[in-house]
Design a protein around this ligand. Sequence first.
Ligand code: C2O
Length: 555
Amino acid sequence: GITRHYKFNIRMQNVTRLCQTKSIITVNGKFPGPRIIAREGDRLVIKVVNHVSNNITIHWHGIRQLRSGWADGPAYITQCPIQTGQSYVYNFTIIGQTGTLWYHAHVSWIRSTLYGPIIILPRRNTSYPFVKPYKEVPIIFGEWWNSDTEAVINQALQTGAGPNNSDAYTINGLPGPLYNNCSSPMETFRLKVKPGKTYLLRLINAALNDELFFKIRNHTFTIVDADASYVKPFETDTIYITPGQTSNVLFKTKTLTSNAKFVMAARPYSTNAAGTFDNSTVAGVLEYMSTDSMSSSSINASIKGLPLPTLPVINATSYVANWTNKFRSLGSSQFPVNVPQTVQNRYYFAVGLGTDPCPKNQTCQGPINGTKFAASVNNISFTLPTTALLQARYFGKSNGVFTTDFPTTPLNPFNYTGTAPNNTMVSHGTKVVMLPYNTTVELVMQGTSIFGFENHPLHLHGFNFYVVGQGTGNFNSATDPTSFNLVDPVERNTVGVPSGGWVAVRFRADNPGLWFMHCHIEIHLSWGLRMAWAVMDGKLPNQKLPPPPSDLPQC
Ligand code: C2O
């Protein structure tokens, strides 16, 4: 591979959406951020300079970061934030991954406007294991707030209530024509295509708090990859994608000759259809190119007259369960499946929401009167330290920063399919799980379905895991493992843990460092649904984490 250099100037930029102009945090003034394009095997050297008043870090979501944990990016896990006026060079090599990943800020809710695609092409002189696409198009879903998202999360944490819903979903930063009359024609995503061609759509869900369904009217997709790993291709007309997930899909256009137009649309999935849930729809338009190309001003009116694609209902739980089942690793000789067949470290994590008490002299608006919302893994709500865990561990200064007594099974198990237990209070701590180098891990994650009945898209840094099983109800360690798929399970970095159900994953701890794992629904992350794995060095020099770069930010 070659080395590719990028410079990310983090700066404010005025952007107008939904009739309001707002100053947002961007990379180089662009929203969404610029594309990173590389080939498998390339080294990326990305200098990030912070010109804004907020602390910044950037995470290269899904990049394995083999022995380059200093470049992973989550604030207070692998690095201290880049402070105003400071810079940091992220330096890493893409090893064994081809497809679409993405980058986003990884401190507070800055990622609401700071995100962009990472496009990883096959090595030179190698090709995709599918038909060569005519063109490739990134499609990034997001969420837009008219107000400042730092104020939104700060207020939610203060009051203990859920955060304000976003004002719009977006496709490539654009809300589209369905958000009252406020979105101008310039705010609609237009996918212009030629008839009879195969396109590769690179889908990314960068939304903060919502899993999404996506559809283009009268068209179908062929899924060919998930989280930058190839899968056995399958056809679908509706895509389900959680925050953090990416997917490459082939999209074959019809052999039309007219200048036909079809609406594309995305809106959320939630097992909890009730309450104040945001069920709005973002739309864009698929335009078959013709000579009388339509002006921006007439496009909105024309889309509004077109029928929407029929998306599943918001709580289409069985659709989602079947969807997850359809994913299988490609498993060819060129792309083998390396799922661990034996397990050395076994964990059972209950993931879900809970409560914190309300501080004295304050009124709180949490789920039960007088509480605040919280979230936990095995009832531990993870407290972010004030220095970076990886630094503390590398320099032998872990004392007082984190402890290694993370529970391997739930402390107070209950029936996760039924009603919440009487006591929903969480405990707090900065606890990590220690993993010896190159040992194998099986992790079963159980959705507790306390409050809200939401899915939890769990994301693991530093690894891909194999999704070997999933099911409804309480995980049964005697019977459920007999049906695990140890042949061709899908390899991903983010998987939805169903509410009142479970998912089982396996991975090999072959990457020394400190690795964050968390729910990629941003409000759940903020509430504490996060933890970390400390993977020890191996004995050989090439099994150890190298020392940090000299410009690593200090706290
Ligand atoms: Cu995309 Cu820790 O996140």
